[in-house]
Design a protein around this ligand. Structure first.
Ligand code: FRU
Length: 504
């Protein structure tokens, strides 16, 4: 009896310790992020059906519950209220006789236009039919809908599926739907091979083709996928942003997301610039789109991976994680419109500074290792410094593995070098240095870095240049050294821990 109760106390202590120690009760799994969403088990790719409703941010995602590599697609489901703690829910959508469930979006049907009920969640997704694909007719992808009247817990597929049959386009997928208030209609932005096609509908069931965009514009190194179209305000004016993921053909190889800015009138998207622009220059932010039903605020999340090696990354129980959610806005640089992405403000209360410093002049090396060591590979680093010479931020572990983030003065570019960052042998192109142009001409550079065990997110110049890279160190990053090639001036520096108490 006594032994039994001692045993239960030990068990209880162990249980409390293990849930208190990690956001997702990960039990110390190698490479498992603490505050970025990753599924408990199995394969995940694109974020899908992101929708905000009743104080909850829903994230659905491409999910293969039968393994840790890509396979027959389902929609997994997770929710968050603070973008930091995620709760994984039961699978939302399963394959059916029409096919497996590829990427798509969710809207809140406030006016019951579809007849599924007021405020029904309606999912618009691609059915992918393997049998038709094997018959090589090119007609294997078409758009279907499903609805939920209980905030995404249970789903019913519409009996009249598909709502948008394939017109003879082999890559015909990833519908992102929004309500276009000026025209009182739904607008679907669809990836159609090497271009975007817009459709509209009064009821989410009958769709009319409006126009197409992009066949001769932007990057075309690979097929166009996972688009998104939304308005943002810029100096009081509305500018429309069109995101288009492409695979391959990204600026540092493999998958990446480009964007266009311009005008949309309910029928046509007309760009206001023909320059090639990327949401993120790192290799690991793909298929990202924004949450719907968030009003004027646009919050973006991407899959933190790259098709070049996504099926080989060395995690065990699961494969795939999402980026930190990012708020999008517009900025004008040399008269051209650019997208800014910054971590959502909701994560700020979870950040607790462990080191802060004002101006430092005449430095060649600043060593923050004493402060970094207890942070166990999870932190945010913010610094402002003059762009008078190259500088490197070297993150390393006891195994001598290192990740170098820096600025190259001669090329006026930022970079992340993961060549010596740990396990890289799973794919020959992984061990590389990636770079991104600096857009801003100001003398002072501001940089924020977010590290969560096996990923780094770099936000430079207040989100004008962004890079996201994953890496696989054998042990936690515990030293931080900031080095410059010449004597440099730093005007502020702060290192914050991620407050574990905030992680439920
Ligand atoms: C993008 C993508 C989408 C497709 C899904 C399939 O990563 O290829 O175009 O719907 O993944 O899982």
């Amino acid at each position: 009896m006594k032994n039994k109760s001692i045993g239960s106390i030990f068990f209880l202590l162990f249980f409390l310790f293990s849930i208190g120690s990690n956001a997702q009760s990960t039990g110390g799994e190698k490479y498992r992020p603490a505050f970025h969403f990753s599924p408990k088990a199995h394969w995940m790719n694109d974020p899908n059906g992101m929708v905000y409703y009743n104080g909850v941010y829903h994230l659905f995602f491409q999910y293969h519950p039968g393994g840790t590599t890509w396979g027959p697609m389902h929609w997994g489901h997770a929710t968050t209220q603070d973008f930091f703690n995620w709760e994984e829910k039961p699978i939302a959508l399963y394959p059916d006789s029409l096919g497996t469930i590829f990427s798509g979006s969710i809207v809140i049907d406030k006016d019951n236009t579809a007849g599924f009920g007021k405020n029904a969640m309606v999912a618009i997704f691609t059915h992918h039919n393997q049998k038709i694909e094997e018959a090589k007719t090119g007609l294997h992808q078409y758009q279907s809908i499903a609805y939920s009247n209980d905030e995404g817990e249970t789903w019913t597929k519409y009996k009249g599926n598909p709502v948008l049959p394939n017109p003879g386009i082999s890559d015909f997928r990833d519908p992102k739907v929004m309500w276009y208030e000026q025209g009182k209609k739904w607008v679907m932005t669809l990836a159609t091979k090497d271009r975007i096609t817009f459709y509209s509908s009064p009821d989410l069931k009958a769709w009319k083709r409006e126009s197409e965009f992009g066949v001769n514009l932007g990057a075309h190194g690979g097929v166009w996928e996972c688009p998104d179209l939304f308005p943002l305000k810029s100096n009081g004016k509305t500018v429309w942003v069109l995101l288009v993921s492409i695979n391959p053909g990204g600026p540092n190889g493999g998958s990446a997301t480009q964007y266009f800015t311009g005008n949309f009138d309910g029928n046509k998207f007309v760009p206001n610039s023909t320059k090639e622009k990327w949401v993120d220059y790192g290799t690991d932010n793909y298929a990202g789109v924004t949450w719907s039903n968030t009003g004027d605020r646009k919050i973006f999340l991407g899959w933190m991976n790259n098709w070049q090696y996504a099926n080989q990354v060395p995690t065990k129980a699961w494969r795939g994680a999402m980026t930190i959610p990012r708020e999008l806005s517009l900025a004008s640089v040399n008269g051209d419109c650019h997208l800014r992405s910054l971590p959502v403000k909701e994560i700020s209360p979870s950040l607790k500074p462990v080191y802060k410093k004002g101006t430092v002049t005449n430095y060649k090396e600043i060593d923050l290792s004493a402060y970094a060591k207890p942070l166990d590979g999870k932190f945010k680093l913010d610094l402002s410094l003059e762009n008078t010479s190259d500088f490197n931020i070297i993150l390393s572990n006891v195994n001598g593995q290192k990740l170098i983030i820096g600025y190259d003065k001669k090329n006026n570019s930022y970079f992340i070098d993961r060549t010596l960052s740990g396990e890289t042998s799973f794919e020959k192109g992984f061990a590389k240095k990636h770079s991104a142009p600096r857009l801003l001409a100001s003398k002072e550079i501001h940089i924020s870095l977010i590290l969560d065990v096996a990923s780094i997110e770099l936000f430079a110049d207040n989100g004008l240049t962004v890079m996201t890279d994953i890496f696989f160190p054998d042990s936690s990053i515990e030293t931080i050294k900031i080095q410059s090639s010449a004597v440099n001036k730093l005007s502020s520096l702060s290192l914050s821990k991620i407050d574990q108490k905030q992680l439920k």
